[in-house]
Design a protein around this ligand. Structure first.
Ligand code: F6P
Length: 533
């Protein structure tokens, strides 16, 4: 069985220093390129035999067939009986996509055109607030209805030439209060972004925004927009259907940035740049669908992930963008990867026989270097790292500073691989210490090295490239999910907490007693009550 072969191969090779694999051909052989984006996985212990086995694993678990099923609208999200077609949202000129016998592309293109008209009007004054041109856009949403647009607006800050954009997600009133404090209701557009239009955080914040708006404008609803699949609920909330941008339930929340949920991004950067963003993702879709595994960036990134998590047993992976504008990418990927593949049950309902996907975390470099990299370099566990880096920033006059950033990025992957031996550490401090103290001090300065990383490099973080990056990770999650044999497209694990929060709300408010609550929860409620909750 290929899993066993992979484990055996790892057992046989785990002790070697993978640095020794780096001959003249490895850098080219263990990297792949798609539309000027390069994935380098030469700094891992994956050799040609391991890669061949990983490709076998993809074949034997049916990734290719499932990939076609996804792109062609089959109901691969089978616990919810839905197709998974976020790729259709960026299928700008890719032909029909059929769901239940009907082509979904005309509806998608129609909604895209409506979004473009509206975004252009907000940007050029064709759509006015009751106090004049829109100066601020407040997107109220959570999870996929927040993280995608918030991440992308930040990522594309150099292209932001529309009104200011703010993102409110948390039900903590500090979030919305902090945002609205800086906005004028008469010139603010509120976007209520919720696939279901039932999410309690979003609906609570939307009502707070409504009340805030009502204090100073006459037509409260006129500056509200809804992005949702639930037209009946947006109407009940009082939003004019002309300002409702709908999408189908086969767009998962964490995959929804490409359609209406991306409206704040489109208003920020303009329709043309938004189309370039879609084109980047579409280019990655085309590549993912056609390239053989050993040239296929999403498949390779998934193979590396499976190798490190499933075969080597490393429980986390760090995403480290050396691109400050990607500062929200790790948070975005936490939802994308952990809500998709953090499952304990296989498609057939049996217990998952392998570990669920890894914990994903990270921060931009160089900041992380001065925080948690200590553990990455010298901790007892291994954290596979994923570096992202652009050849050029957008600050032409500060290019030398960008070069320093790039040097830091490459230095980190080199340091993780090479490490520093005890002899090297001793030599470094031989002028300061002698004898046993030299030895003791040197041991603290040893880096074991042999710590794997991949690097994703690209010319510049343009809208096109951002589209490529996100689609790359989406398809990586897809491949990993198929190989693990789970459904990447439901999220039942978020339900229990929601139900219990709803039941606890009257208890916290004091209209219901503590009967039936466990002793710990009851004691915490008691403490918080004593302190004014
Ligand atoms: O609770 C999890 C979740 O359903 C996510 O999957 C989703 O992105 C988020 O809540 C927000 O959902 P909605 O867009 O329906 O408000």
């Amino acid at each position: 069985m290929v899993w066993d072969k992979l484990r055996a191969h790892n057992a046989a090779t785990a002790d070697r220093r993978f640095e020794t694999l780096l001959d003249d051909t490895r850098a080219a052989d263990f990297s792949a390129t798609a539309h000027d984006m390069r994935l380098d996985y030469a700094k891992t212990n994956i050799d040609a035999a391991a890669r061949a086995l990983l490709c076998d694993l993809l074949d034997q678990t049916g990734v290719a067939a499932k990939r076609e099923a996804m792109f062609t609208g089959a109901a691969i999200n089978d616990t919810e009986g839905r197709a998974v077609l976020h790729t259709a949202l960026r299928n700008l000129d890719g032909g029909p996509v059929m769901v239940d016998g009907g082509d979904v592309m005309p509806g998608i293109m129609d909604t895209l055109a409506r979004m473009e008209d509206f975004a252009a009007a907000v940007r050029d004054g064709g759509f006015l607030g009751q106090g004049g041109a829109i100066t601020d856009v407040v997107n109220i949403g959570i999870g996929g209805s927040d993280l995608g647009p918030a991440m992308a607006v930040k990522a594309l800050a150099p292209y932001h030439n529309g009104p200011r954009c703010h993102f409110v997600s948390n039900v903590d009133p500090a979030d919305i209060a902090g945002v609205l404090r800086d906005c004028d209701p008469a010139t603010t557009l509120v976007i209520v972004a919720s696939k279901t239009f039932t999410t309690i955080e979003t609906m609570t914040n939307a009502r707070t925004a409504q009340a805030w708006m009502a204090q100073s404008v006459t037509d409260t609803g006129a500056q509200f927009v809804a992005l949702s699949t639930a037209a009946d609920k947006t109407a009940a909330f009082g939003i004019d259907p002309a300002r409702v941008f709908g999408f189908a339930d086969w767009v998962g929340g964490r995959y929804s940035l490409w359609g209406p949920i991306g409206l704040s991004l489109m208003i920020a950067i303009g329709p043309d740049a938004f189309r370039a963003f879609l084109r980047g993702a579409q280019a990655m879709d085309v590549h993912f669908r056609a390239a053989p595994w050993h040239e296929n960036l999403p498949a390779l990134l998934a193979a590396v992930g499976i190798w490190h998590n499933q075969i080597c047993g490393y429980p986390t992976r760090a995403v480290l963008p050396y691109d400050n504008n990607l500062s929200r990418l790790p948070a975005y990927l936490q939802q994308l990867e952990m809500e998709s593949n953090g499952k304990g049950v296989a498609m057939d309902g049996s217990a998952l026989p392998v570990a669920s996907g890894p914990v994903v975390w990270g921060e931009p470099g160089t900041n992380g270097q001065h925080a948690f990299y200590q553990l990455i370099h010298q901790g007892t566990g291994v954290v596979p790292c994923e570096f992202l880096v652009a050849a050029r920033g957008h600050e032409d006059d500060l290019h030398h500073q960008h070069q320093l950033l790039v040097a830091n990025c490459l230095a980190q992957s080199e340091a993780l691989m090479r490490g520093r031996s005890l002899d090297e550490a001793r030599a470094k401090i031989a002028d300061k210490f002698t004898g046993d103290e030299l030895d003791r001090q040197a041991r603290h300065r040893v880096f074991t090295g042999n710590r794997p990383s991949v690097t994703i490099a690209y010319p510049q973080l343009t809208p096109f490239v951002l589209g490529q990056i996100i689609a790359l990770y989406e398809h990586r999650v897809f491949v990993e999910g198929v190989v693990l044999g789970l459904n990447s497209y439901d999220q039942w694990g978020v339900e229990l907490g929601k139900e219990l929060a709803t039941a606890l709300q009257p208890v916290i408010e004091g209209s219901k007693g503590l009967e039936g609550k466990d002793a710990s929860t009851a004691a915490l409620v008691g403490f918080l009550r004593q302190n004014g909750v």
